[in-house]
Ligand binder design. Sequence first.
Ligand code: DAH
Length: 345
Amino acid sequence: MLQEKITQYTEEINAFSTVIVDELEQFRIKFLGTKGIIKDIFDEFKSVSPEEKRTLGKVLNEFKQLAEAKYQSLKEGTEVAETSKDSGLDMTLPGEGFEIGSRHPLALVRREIVEIFNKLGFVVAEGPEIEDDWHNFSALNFPEEHPARDMQDTFFIRKGGEHGDIALRTHTSSVQVRMMEAGKPPFRAIMPGRVYRNEAISARAHCFFHQVEGLYVDESVSFADLKQTLFYFVQELYGEGTKVRFRPSYFPFTEPSAEMDISCTICKGAGCQLCKYSGWVEILGCGMVDPNVLENCGIDSKKYSGFAFGMGIERIANLKFEIKDLRLFSENDARFLKQYKSALI
Ligand code: DAH
């Protein structure tokens, strides 16, 4: 009987916890008070048989010590809580919690692109955002006064200079030139970065955006290599079964040049607003590096060939997240950005 009571009260004491003074006082009165449980149990103990006394004596003492120790340790807690209340702090209130920030959707997409090309052995290279005419245009086979220069509305910074006018780069193709000038083939790199164009800001155009340039130069690189590389990239990025098609195009720095379309990521080719009911969306420009560009960078175009490609990160993000207004990317509205929390923090 007595043993059962002790076991039951031991459980109750072990489970008890509080930082509130009144509750602790109740506990003290209940167990340790002059008319409390411990007093009762000790009274009961007096009338048990001598054999029981031998075993129960120790148990009883331990029980008493447990109650006292519990009381003492909780008392310290309530004192801390009381003092902090005096100082205006209430330690009993739940914490405020904090929110973890999230990656920018463009950063998430850029990282995904980089990771896919890393698997193919492409390294990441970067170049300056303020460029000279040579790296942004001339070395890339844009002739002086050629209308192709007008394709890209340039923000000029300064006229003249050793390598021509200084401007904000209009594309990341300038980094190709810097890379080839500085090293020796083979080159296998992707070059992410910000680019600038003098355009009126709207939902569909912005004065700055982001691109990823790709370059692969080695002996006997062919258009088949280009196709296979980009095909692999698209399967990784948008899932297996995504179709690709190449349309002939023109860029001064590639010959032949192409634009690559993929089957629409939204309607899977059935036709929707995004693909203008064609089932296809353009995602990048590409081609075989023009021998003139190789020669401009000091590379023997008889020995080496290569392919290049360039894509807009906003465009890729658009097809992943269906973000229709480009301005959202640079307004930094936390309500927008928070939606793209990634597991890959
Ligand atoms: N530089 C081009 C642009 O900004 C994109 C581009 C097209 C890059 C074809 C390339 C390429 O490397 O081969 O519109």
